[in-house]
Design a protein around this ligand. Structure first.
Ligand SMILES: C[S@@+](CC[C@H](N)C(=O)[O-])C[C@H]1O[C@@H](n2cnc3c(N)ncnc32)[C@H](O)[C@@H]1O
Length: 208
């Protein structure tokens, strides 16, 4: 399976507002980011950002040091065009979380945000690569937001791909003892077709 091609096709020629995972406003993410109380120049990485409006909202809020990354160069190009009127441009990084080549080399970040990305990593070795990356590019004192399909109620597929679902305990175990769970809550997302998708939202803080 060529995941880069799969995700490019998911975005090419599509209307962003009709994507199955589209949120008009990424409110639960924005609420958790507010709780972090980080500086406006904090380094924020939006993992598997796609064409999410979270980046627009963060820039509107004055955050000036944002990195967006995705396996789909088509999604990044749509996002780049949409954000082109902002003075402080985000950094765009085209990379694959299951085989990161560029992300490993970036300066550590103050906030890692992932909504609906990690759950596509269905193999243990992919998850291991993902969590090693989290540990290698987050600062001590940084925050990690993971919002994924929930173990019991979450959908089994998205975008024609199988997913691996989570509880906050599972996410905490993958992150390990260096990370402390600050907050978690279930969240029901209504997609543009008005179908429900059960997520678990988690906020962790890196202690050591
Ligand atoms: C369901 S979409 C969610 C997009 C965005 N986070 C949001 O909330 O709207 C999943 C995103 O993860 C990206 N993705 C999937 N597998 C990836 C991988 N191995 N590395 C990087 N990005 C990946 C896809 O291209 C897509 O943009």
């Amino acid at each position: 399976m060529d995941y880069k091609e799969h995700w490019n096709q998911a975005y090419e020629g599509k209307v962003t507002e009709q994507l199955g995972w589209y949120e008009d406003i990424s409110q639960p993410s924005l609420d958790l980011i507010k709780e972090c109380n980080i500086e406006k120049h904090a380094r924020i990485i939006n993992i598997g950002a796609g064409t999410s409006t979270l980046t627009d909202s963060l820039m509107d809020d004055g955050f000036s040091n944002i990195i967006v990354t995705d396996i789909s160069n088509s999604a990044l190009e749509i996002l780049r065009k949409r954000l082109s009127h902002y003075k402080n441009q985000p950094q765009f990084i085209h990379d694959d979380l299951t085989n990161p080549t560029k992300l490993q080399k970036i300066e550590p970040v103050d906030l890692w945000h992932d909504r609906a990305v990690l759950h596509f990593l269905t193999k243990e070795e992919e998850r291991s690569t993902y969590f090693n990356l989290v540990k290698s590019i987050t600062k001590i004192g940084s925050y990690v937001i993971l919002a994924e399909f929930e173990l019991e109620k979450g959908a089994e597929k998205c975008c024609n791909l199988n997913v691996y679902r989570y509880t906050s305990k599972m996410l905490g175990e993958y992150l390990g003892d260096d990370f402390e769970l600050i907050k978690d809550f279930p969240y029901t997302f209504f997609n543009p077709r008005k179908d429900t998708r059960a997520y678990i939202y988690t906020l962790f803080k890196r202690k050591s």
